[in-house]
Ligand binder design. Sequence first.
Ligand code: TPP
Length: 277
Amino acid sequence: MPLSDNELKNLKKEAVKLRNDIVDVTFWAGGAHIGGAMSMVDILTILYNKFMKYDSSNPDLEDRDRFVLSKGHAGVGLAPLLANKGFFDKETLKTFNQFNSPFGMHLDSLKVRGLDASTGSLGHGLPISLGMALAARVKGLDYKTYCVIGDGEMNEGSNWEAIMAAAHYKVTSLIPIVDFNKRMIDGEVKDIMSIDPLADKWKAFGFDVIEINGHDFNQLNDAIEKANAAVDRPMVIIANTIKGKGIDFMEDETKWHYGSIDSTVVEKAKASIAANS
Ligand SMILES: Cc1ncc(C[n+]2csc(CCOP(=O)(O)OP(=O)(O)O)c2C)c(N)n1
């Protein structure tokens, strides 16, 4: 079903809130992977506000939907969202990545309430997600497992083993979403290790593919609905995004893969988020 005007308005509002939160947490931490956090904001926003079934008062609920942030370096984008959804007190994010904090740069599911998997070593989130999805089948539960993967991360061979196995076992409850922002830590993916033609590769491995603008909530909504309805062949969503999205001076700039920001940059960043919303 298409998004109603109210749903769209609310999603846009939540995305702006999350972008501002990411700026704050990056400032408190003294630096973080802000570029790749900003590119996935709209994807995470629609998952946690529209599609995912969870209960922050019972994070271990057996039939909750799972979310795995395979590009775990972007935990600065997920932690404030979990706080906004009531899994823990937002104030605790002021310690992000500091000594003795529950929040490392790469989030730890033993320390962060509501986090389904510890990630950060690239290439592991999709295999973990496949295991979660297969566990649902074995246990007769009908939850979905969503997994956000980086495009640079697609260089990791373990992803392709998981993709092949997911197609073989027809694991349609697994919904991978590639945050296709075209950049990685030290340059453009096409120059470091090209993954083109990405859609054809997924198709050859047995997936249906839907390619969208990952900042357009209507397209995200439609794609996630289609992926949820898949039978036999699982579906991947390739979400074309912009690294640093929402902050004009960070957009499409590799140097903002990881950045430290002072109070002046915080102000500039928030002004840009406001102007872009
Ligand atoms: C196994 C492994 N190798 C290298 C790294 C270092 N690393 C951190 S982020 C990154 C680039 C990831 O690029 P991408 O997946 O495109 O993430 P995004 O641009 O969306 O932040 C790399 C190589 C890592 N975390 N894990």
